[in-house]
Design a protein around this ligand. Structure first.
Ligand SMILES: O=P(O)(O)OC[C@H]1O[C@](O)(COP(=O)(O)O)[C@@H](O)[C@@H]1O
Ligand SMILES: [Mg+2]
Ligand SMILES: [Mg+2]
Length: 341
C-alpha cells in the first residue's frame, strides 16, 4: 500500500499540473468525505433500518430506496456550507440546488447520482455514487438549469465511489484514472484509518476484450445493429468473431464500469423500443458523461452508437442517452454497425 492519502495526492497533482485550484481540491475532498459517510450508512445495512423503499418517487417517476434519499441528503449536507460550489444537481431532485443564501458561493457545479444501482441494496450487492464537476459560467445563476447544460468535454473532474467488498474512489482530472481505497480499520488501529489511500495510478482498459455486459432480457427491444453485434458475440468461436465471449451484468453501472476499468470489457445500455421515447435508460449528466470521461481517460471509448457521448450538447438536466463504452475496438465495432458498416 502506498500510504498516500487522497488529500496528499490532490496536492501532488496540483504541483504536477499547476492547474488545480484550491476550491476544486475542496470540492473533491468534501465529495470524498460524503462517499465515506455513504459507505458507512450502507455498511450498517439491516442493522440501521436503512434498507428498503422510501415510499417516494424521484423526478423520473422511479421508486426511491431509503438509501437513495440518505445518500442524496449526505451530499447536499456536506457541500452546503459552501465556499467551493455554486450549486448542485442530482438524479434524485427535480431542480438544481443552489448553495443556500448566507453561505459563501464558489465557482463549481457538482452533479451526482447519489446511489447508483440502488436495486442492489436490499440484496447486499455492490452499489456506487457517481459525480461530475463543471465550472459555473461567469455571472450564471446556479438555481437555473442552463449553467449545468455543458457537454461532457467541459468536465473538470469526474469519478465514482464503488461500495463493494472494499470501498474505492476512482477519479479523473483529465490526466489518467486513479483508484483510492478506503482504509476501513477503526480509528486508533492505523494512522490512515478512515482515509482514501492511493492504490492504483493510471488504470487502463485493454483495446481488445472477451467480456461484455448487457441486460439480455431487453434483446427483443434492441435496434438491428446491437442485435447483430450481440448475435456475433454469442456465436463465439463458430461465428465471425472466431472466439468465445463471456457475459457479466451487475445491474449497477458503477460496478460494471469498475470491472471494465479493472480488467477490460464492453458495457451496453443501448437504445431500445422500451426507452426510445425517453432517449435511452441512463442519464447523461449523472451517469454517461462522468463514466465516459473516465473510460476515455483509461484508453477506452464511449458512444451512443451514433456519436461520441462527451460531444453531446445537453438539452435537459435529466436527459437520457444510449451508452456503449469500454474497450476501444469493441465500441468502434458497434458504432460501425450503427453507421451501416
Ligand atoms: O435494471 P436494468 O434495466 O438492468 O438497469 C440497470 C441499470 O440501471 C441503473 O441501476 C440505473 O441507476 P440508478 O440505480 O441510479 O437508477 C444502472 O446503474 C444500471 O446499469
Ligand atoms: Mg444510476
Ligand atoms: Mg441512482
Amino acid at each position: 500500500m502506498s500510504g498516500i492519502t487522497f488529500s496528499a495526492w490532490l496536492r501532488d497533482a496540483q504541483r504536477a499540473h499547476g492547474s488545480l485550484p484550491a476550491d476544486l481540491i475542496q470540492t473533491l475532498e468534501v465529495t470524498a468525505d460524503a462517499c465515506r459517510r455513504i459507505s458507512a450508512a450502507i455498511g450498517q445495512g439491516a442493522l440501521a433500518g436503512v434498507l428498503g423503499a422510501a415510499g417516494s418517487a424521484n423526478v423520473q417517476g422511479e421508486d426511491q430506496k431509503k438509501l437513495d434519499v440518505i445518500s442524496n441528503d449526505i451530499l447536499l449536507d456536506v457541500h452546503s456550507s459552501g465556499g467551493h460550489l455554486a450549486g448542485m444537481a442530482s438524479e434524485e431532485m427535480d431542480d438544481p440546488f443552489p448553495i443556500p443564501d448566507g453561505a459563501p458561493r464558489g465557482r463549481y457545479l457538482l452533479l451526482f447520482d447519489p446511489l447508483d444501482g440502488s436495486s442492489n441494496i436490499d440484496i447486499n450487492v455492490s452499489v456506487g455514487t457517481i459525480f461530475s464537476v463543471l465550472e459555473a459560467p461567469a455571472g450564471s445563476n446556479a438555481a437555473e438549469v442552463a449553467p449545468f447544460l455543458q457537454p461532457g468535454t467541459a468536465q473538470v473532474a469526474a469519478g465514482y465511489a464503488v461500495y463493494g467488498p472494499s470501498t474505492q474512489l476512482i477519479l479523473t482530472l483529465g490526466h489518467g484514472v486513479h483508484a483510492f481505497t478506503l482504509d476501513r480499520r477503526a480509528a486508533g488501529e492505523a494512522a490512515t484509518a478512515g482515509e482514501f489511500i492511493l492504490t492504483q495510478e493510471g488504470m487502463t482498459i485493454p483495446a481488445e476484450t472477451q467480456e461484455f455486459a448487457i441486460n439480455m432480457s431487453n434483446q427483443r427491444f434492441w435496434e438491428a445493429p446491437v442485435q447483430r453485434y450481440v448475435d456475433e458475440l454469442l456465436a463465439g468461436k463458430a461465428g465471425v468473431r472466431g472466439r468465445d465471449f463471456n457475459m457479466r451484468w451487475v445491474a449497477a453501472m458503477v460496478a460494471d464500469v469498475h470491472r471494465i476499468l479493472t480488467r477490460g470489457g464492453v458495457f451496453l445500455y443501448p437504445l431500445d423500443s422500451k426507452t426510445a421515447a425517453k432517449g435511452g435508460k441512463l442519464r447523461l449528466m449523472y451517469e454517461a458523461n462522468p463514466m465516459s470521461w473516465l473510460v476515455e481517460q483509461a484508453g477506452g471509448a464511449a458512444s451512443t452508437g451514433r456519436q461520441r457521448i462527451l460531444d453531446i450538447a445537453p438539452t435537459g438536466l435529466h436527459q437520457r442517452v444510449p451508452v456503449i463504452l469500454g474497450s476501444r475496438a469493441e465500441v468502434e465495432r458497434v458504432a460501425g454497425y450503427h453507421q451501416g458498416e
